[in-house]
Unconditional design. Structure first.
Length: 767
């Protein structure tokens, strides 16, 4: 409605815009940086940034290697877009002119762009002190794989690859920083998902106390994980404000996002799966390489992706035996960030295509093989092979519903006759689990420098009987202003219109590690519920005195407080505390009508939402073009606090998942140059590419969370690639073509068809 206030909307007297000179090459030694003559005071290099520390992300995992990321490049640049210099001026255009007038001289070095090169002995080194290009190598072995490999009747070997992506929130990164002389504070209005963590990171890199920094995030136009990170630009703009004591602003443009923003999703899988004659799963042997870029991001490290990949690859299936090795490989590309789903879109793609490959090997329908290997509802709660604790649900039931909704049997009948337009149709399925609201034990096991503990909320009953809810988590478009008010309303029975929600501002809200990992409604919602319950006890004690009864006699109903001898209102109780305390006894609770309380689920290892997606597609074998004819989601996130918001999360996730499956890829040449630097080259799905998604909901309550709620934010993005590419392979089955890489572009479809036909021996020109 045009009423939002984003970083780009903030105007302050004397504010200047900031621009950055970024490296045009992927790997080079810095020889010199010469500022434009006469304007040296407006341009800054690493030599000028006194007091600015490197971004160093530590981990307690054995074998993990530290990377020091200077916000302004020092000695070397390690990817195209690495920041070499910073300039400010009254306008962004003038600041960019200053950057263009700055001369950057460098000596190019050999480039590492892929995992194979990065892992090869003798390859160029990004961080010479390491001796190799591996941030971390991990392994998991349940035991018994050699015996399974020796005796299993069916063996399937597959290689899968997922394309590198950018996140593309509608609002890119951006911030305004200024010095508040009255409060003696550095104030930063930054577009972030994790305001309290950014305060910690800025304090660490700027060398000032956290208490001297206020992060006051404005509205945030989407995050998707990209805004979970401490960005070099945030440090540098904040340093300018701290040093020069005036306001500065930087707003990321789309080209910066495409070429220098954090990337995600570039995985390579080598999978060997074993099964019996019916396709019953016996063992999974996997190698996973993740191209994590040049530096380890703060606070999640470069290794979170591989850790999630290795731990989540078995998915919702019963695997008796599992072995997996992972490599987090440093390359001359932008650093890797957690992106909606964090590794699970890749592992789901690889696993779901593996299930279909096993079904093909045993000559059965993939949907039937899938159903027989999913963890059944009767086994819940279930601890899987990697110790994931699936708390509740019925995975086969979601598959059965999706099969019915997509009209599986009718599709098989339809495939018996040729489509009038010559296209080939196919149907595919993808089932996944979404680990949500995982907390202290999980993040501690990943060795991250900031580990979430109890999420806190504060609720205050105001003198007029309204309530303020304050939480340190921030809203990024997921509707927390509404759902947290609903949570408080459910306990206090006040109308939602009388509850104001204040989020994210470090000056006014309790500490939170922020909005990520589908934790918002579980963690912050649970905290609000628990706090509301504590506040309700205080209100009941005061109301009992006013109504001459005991607190046990008090009940709330639609904002009215009832006792044995009459009724009162929240406003009257608040008035007694704030303005007419003479009516209260001397023994009154001096804590008043404001409560802060903390919460985390009973099981700290996470709650597991799940869903099955089903896709019906039509593939044109002449052009390679794919159209999604129908798309079905059958999801279970426990209790739905707000069904409209749940569906919005699912729709948005599916849209991003379709981008992953068919369109989006950040491509690079052999010299590390980004080849998709505009939205002409980096394709996003638009309205004409998105089907009308049909969603069915079930509500299996978690026994371990407040109200049985499980997270839902990431789920929609996890399954589409598996469902869509399985459907495409089903369509192409008669041609013998198989797709194992995403995005499954028309070129890749045509290449798969050509590969299935074999080499051309006709002697005719390819033209």
């Amino acid at each position: 409605m045009g009423r939002g206030r984003f970083a780009g909307d903030i105007r302050m007297p004397g504010m200047c815009d900031v621009a950055f000179l970024r490296s045009p090459v992927a790997h080079a030694r810095i020889l010199s940086v010469a500022k434009p003559r006469g304007r040296e005071d407006r341009v800054f290099t690493s030599l000028d940034a006194v007091g600015v520390g490197d971004i160093v992300t530590r981990s307690t995992i054995p074998g993990y290697k530290l990377s020091a990321h200077p916000p302004l490049a020092r000695d070397k640049v390690r990817f195209v877009g690495d920041i070499v210099a910073m300039a400010y001026a009254p306008t962004r255009a003038e600041a960019e002119d200053l950057c263009e007038a700055t001369e950057f001289d460098y000596e190019e070095l050999p480039v590492v762009v892929d995992c194979a090169t990065g892992r090869a002995p003798g390859s160029a080194l990004l961080h010479e002190a390491w001796g190799d290009n591996l941030f971390l190598e991990t392994s998991f072995d349940s035991g018994g794989m050699d015996e399974v490999a020796r005796t299993a009747p069916v063996k399937v070997e597959k290689r899968f690859r997922t394309g590198r992506q950018c996140m593309h929130p509608m609002e890119g990164k951006g911030l305004v920083a200024w010095w508040d002389f009255q409060a003696n504070l550095l104030v930063v209005h930054t577009s972030t998902q994790v305001p309290h963590m950014i305060r910690t990171g800025l304090a660490e890199t700027l060398g000032i106390p956290e208490g001297q920094i206020r992060i006051a995030p404005p509205d945030v136009g989407g995050g998707f994980g990209y805004k979970c990170l401490l960005q070099p630009e945030e440090i540098l703009v904040a340093w300018l404000a701290l040093t020069l004591k005036r306001p500065f602003r930087w707003i990321e443009d789309r080209r910066e996002h495409l070429t220098a923003g954090a990337n995600a999703r570039e995985h390579e899988y080598v999978i060997t799966a074993y099964a019996d004659e019916r396709g019953r799963l016996l063992g999974l042997d996997a190698e996973v390489s993740v191209n994590v870029g040049a530096y380890s991001v703060w606070p999640f490290t470069a290794c979170l992706e591989a850790a999630q990949a290795g731990g989540n690859l078995p998915g919702p299936y019963i695997w008796p035996v599992y072995r997996c090795k992972t490599w987090s490989v440093a390359t001359n590309k932008p650093p890797f960030a957690p992106y909606r789903g964090v590794a699970r879109p890749g592992v789901c793609f690889a696993m779901e295509l593996t299930i279909d490959a096993i079904a093909a090997a045993v000559g059965r329908e993939a949907v039937d093989v899938r159903a027989e290997n999913l963890v059944p509802g009767s086994a819940m709660p279930y601890t899987n092979i990697t110790k994931k604790y699936y708390d509740s649900g019925d995975y086969p039931a979601s598959l059965a519903t999706a099969r019915e909704m997509i009209g599986f049997d009718a599709v098989r009948e339809r495939q018996k006759t040729r489509e009038p337009d010559g296209r080939l149709i196919g149907v595919g399925f993808s089932t996944y689990t979404e680990q949500s609201a995982h907390g202290t034990k999980v993040f501690a096991s990943w060795g991250t420098p900031l580990v979430p503990g109890y999420e806190q909320a504060t609720i205050r009953l105001n003198p007029d009987g309204s309530a303020d809810v304050r939480a340190g988590i921030h809203t990024i478009g997921q509707g927390l202003e509404t759902t947290l008010a609903q949570m408080a309303s459910e306990i206090l029975t006040l109308p939602v219109a009388q509850i104001r929600v204040i989020l994210g501002d470090t000056a006014t809200t309790p500490f939170s590690t922020g909005a990520y990992a589908s934790r918002g409604i579980v963690m912050a919602g649970g905290a609000v519920s628990r706090t509301a319950e504590k506040l309700a006890e205080k209100v009941k004690a005061l109301a009992a005195h006013l109504l001459q009864c005991t607190p046990a006699d008090i009940r709330f109903d639609k904002g009215v407080i009832h006792g044995l001898n009459g009724s009162t209102t929240f406003a009257e109780v608040a008035r007694a505390w704030y303005t007419t305390p003479e009516v209260l006894p001397d023994t009154v609770d001096t804590g008043g009508l404001e409560v802060t309380e903390g919460y985390k689920p009973q099981v700290d290892t996470g709650l597991f939402s799940y869903a099955t997606h089903a896709a019906l597609v039509a593939v044109d074998p002449a052009t390679g073009a794919t159209e999604i004819l129908d798309y079905v989601v059958v999801e279970d996130c426990g209790r739905m606090v707000n069904p409209m918001i749940v569906e919005g999360q699912a729709y948005g996730g599916v849209a991003q998942g379709i981008g992953t499956a068919l369109f989006e890829e950040s491509t690079y040449d052999a010299e590390g140059q980004p080849l998709a630097s505009t939205l002409i080259d980096y394709l996003l799905p638009g309205p004409t590419e998105l089907p009308k998604t049909r969603i069915a909901h079930t509500e299996t309550l978690s026994p371990f969370s407040a109200h049985g709620i499980k997270g839902v934010g990431e789920g929609g993005a996890i399954a589409p690639a598996g469902a869509i590419v399985n459907a495409m392979n089903d369509a192409l089955r008669g041609l013998g073509a198989v797709l194992c890489e995403i995005p499954a572009t028309p070129d890749r479809v045509l290449a798969a068809i050509a590969a299935a036909k074999g080499p051309d021996t006709s002697g005719r020109s390819a033209a």
